[in-house]
Design a protein around this ligand. Structure first.
Ligand code: CP3
Length: 348
């Protein structure tokens, strides 16, 4: 590792003491940045994703601009679905849209297997460039099977996930096969990113908060357990994140992961005391506060930091992604605040 390498984020993932609280933001590369918008004028989302030099450049934008302690690979959770036969496009302001949704067992059986060498060389090439150039760890990522399945079955974003849940409840064998195939893909995809140089991986189960704890345990937990167990031997920190998942935290805490990402609906103290989470924690500032007056944002960010720093193993982040209306200046100020406030507290 290079001598100037900043490994604060990796140390926090492993619950080791750090001189200050490391910070990165979900969706830290995106339309809130004028530089991103400029590159985006020239390329579609997938074109940016497919050209390793462009992908690496966009990944690095927030690292240089905000001074965050980790980079996250510029891609999307649906990126590895295209090579296995899912006809997905990304529509600005909407998200992933799929023209050939999964309806039955035959559709699930038709899904291919991911071959990293022939299917995603653009990802592994981008990771190699980044691993060589970055002075902070690169986080690789993947979507979790439930969240990917929700797009594949609904055909796009959804409010109630009725079609997804209907498959889960009425065709449990089809559901199990879909979970199995997506889990295999996720494991292959993350292993390829780690082999190419990703120093940690985050699995985004953004929409899994829509299910009850009993259904999570029956229909999803075994799949997540298998994914994380089979990645353990890579030695890199494993992070799991979902939105609105307070009721699932006890189950999440039983998974072989290093870090749990929280949204803003539960406090860090609640996660630790009420739900008994003993993993490192990442989060969880309400993203809408990025539009509030600075004094309000500062006060709330300090509250989050006070709770987070009660125990080692804490990484500052938002409770969900940055959105286009945010300002670069606010993100810079917030990042500086996280660093200076946590450093000061550490010395006291
Ligand atoms: O900087 C980063 O965080 C890395 C890149 C990243 C993107 N998507 C790029 C992107 C990551 C980690 C994701 C994950 C992702 N994608 C998730 C999980 C995280 C979460 O937010 O819950 C989900 C659910 C998706 C699906 C998806 N893709 C959505 C909801 C959207 C946004 C639609 C919109 O226009 O608001 C996308 C498109 C997308 N993915 C963009 C980016 C930068 C916007 C593309 C553009 O129009 O320029």
């Amino acid at each position: 590792m290079k001598s100037s390498f900043n490994d604060t984020f990796l140390r926090a993932c492993r619950k080791e003491p750090t001189p200050y609280v490391p910070v990165w933001y979900m969706r830290q590369a995106g339309r809130y940045q004028p530089e991103y918008r400029k590159i985006r004028e020239k390329y579609s989302f997938f074109e940016m994703n497919y050209i390793p030099e462009v992908c690496a450049e966009v990944t690095k934008l927030p690292v240089d601009q905000l001074g965050v302690d980790a980079a996250i690979l510029f891609a999307d959770i649906v990126t590895p679905l295209k090579p296995i036969g899912v006809d997905v496009e990304i529509r600005s302001g909407i998200g992933p849209v799929i023209d050939n949704p999964i309806r039955n067992t035959a559709d699930v059986r038709r899904l291919g297997e991911l071959d990293p060498v022939s299917d995603i060389p653009f990802i592994t090439d981008a990771v190699k460039i980044l691993a060589n150039e970055l002075r902070v760890p690169l986080i690789g990522f993947a979507g979790a099977p439930f969240t990917l399945a929700s797009y594949m079955i609904e055909g796009g974003p959804s409010k109630n996930y009725y079609k997804t849940k209907a498959m889960m409840f009425t065709a449990p064998e089809t559901w199990a096969l879909l979970m199995e195939k997506l889990a295999d893909m996720t494991i292959t995809y993350l292993r390829a990113q780690i082999a190419a140089g990703a120093k940690a991986v985050q699995v985004f189960d953004s929409w899994v908060g829509a299910v009850s704890e009993a259904d999570y345990r029956e229909f999803i937990f075994p799949t997540m357990h298998r994914i994380f167990s089979s990645l353990k031997d890579t030695g890199v920190p494993l992070i799991y994140f979902g939105v609105g998942t307070g009721h699932l935290l006890r189950s999440f805490n039983e998974l072989p992961v290093d870090v749990l990402g929280l949204d803003w609906r539960v406090t860090i103290t609640q996660a630790r005391t009420e739900y008994g989470v003993d993993k490192a924690l990442q989060g969880n500032l309400e993203p809408a506060l990025l539009l509030a007056p600075w004094e309000t944002l500062e006060k709330k960010a300090k509250q989050v930091l006070d709770e987070g720093t009660e125990q080692p193993g804490y990484i500052f982040n938002l409770g969900h992604g940055i959105f286009p209306q945010c300002s670069v200046e606010t993100m810079q100020k917030l990042t500086a605040l996280v660093h200076s406030y946590s450093r000061k507290n550490g010395e006291m």
